[in-house]
Ligand binder design. Sequence first.
Ligand SMILES: Cc1ncc(COP(=O)(O)O)c(C=O)c1O
Length: 382
Amino acid sequence: MSPAAGPGVPTERSAPTGRALPTYVWEPTTDFLAARYGLPRESIIRFDVNTSPLPPDLRDVLAGSFDPSLCEYPPSDYAALVAAAAESYGVGADEILPTAGADEALDLTARAFLREGSVAVAAVPTYAMYRIVSEQRGASFVAVPRTSREAGFGLDIPAMARAARGAQLVWLCEPNNPTGMVEPPERIAELLGLLASQATQDGREAPAVAIDEAYAEFVGRSVLPLRARYSRLVVIRTLSKAHALAGARVGFAVARPETLGPILSYRAPASVSTVSAALATAALRRPELAAANVARIAGQRARLTAELSAIGWRPYPSQVNFILFRFSSPQVAAATAEALLRQGLVPRTFSPNHPLADCLRLTVRSAQENDRLIEAAKGIPA
Ligand SMILES: Cc1ncc(COP(=O)(O)O)c(C=O)c1O
């Protein structure tokens, strides 16, 4: 892949070479890390993957008998899951497409809107999958740097609009991973307005805009109402983060029916398992479970931020379940990561050529797990 772009880096355009297919490099597994650092598996804590520390209590769902249905395929319309999601997100049932996690929704969105020679645009630094699924379709990926760190990693709206002129798909991550920053909804509306008026001026169809709201529940608002004004808006949601069901692999593409249609046509008939659909349906029907998780994480986030700031780690503001910390140099960030890893605490690191190479991203976990992080951090020279 070409070098990552970021704040202060000019807009970069990459085109796939046609040789190697861009591939997501997964985080090392817990078993791998335990073997590498000579630690018991149970002592490893994942501060790198932005999951929630405790699953919701859905024992009654798991204890319910799946026997009659496990030998059959799930219903292809996933009616119960779709109804629960439609109610939870405040949209129509015909606007919901269940997928195997948000990642499948991203892939299907790329399949629906991108072809060989298409152009996809994203504000970077951001979640790596947008580039990967775009380039896998043979599209060029235009990486538009976000504003500087000092300006809060915001969207550079004029630059985004310029880059998106004639593009087929625009990717946004709201709140953004890995910076944790949240764009005010009126700024997203402003960008969509610009894209629509540019398209009208040019006599072309406006680009599809996919907004990945994997972390939306932590902020308590959504861009979904904007689909009334911008019909080519696709909002991507997941049960993996605030709902604490990453292992179930359930997400959604949410869009007006005419925009959802092409995405739906690429989905395998039953990519969400019967068990996962039942768990997700129950989780969506019991919003108090996610709300309690979000509140617990907010408390722990404040504590982690305060305790780690006190020893000289520099946090960027966060409203989500992870915090980006800045260090004095990429070398100090790397040494801190290694010192944490030796104690079984796994941070998210960034490669030396990444604009956030001097940062570590840490997931907010349970009180006891965070205690271990704070204790370990106190013993590492800042
Ligand atoms: C922004 C963003 N989108 C999507 C995903 C993947 O979500 P899922 O587990 O639903 O596939 C992640 C996971 O870290 C993410 O950070």
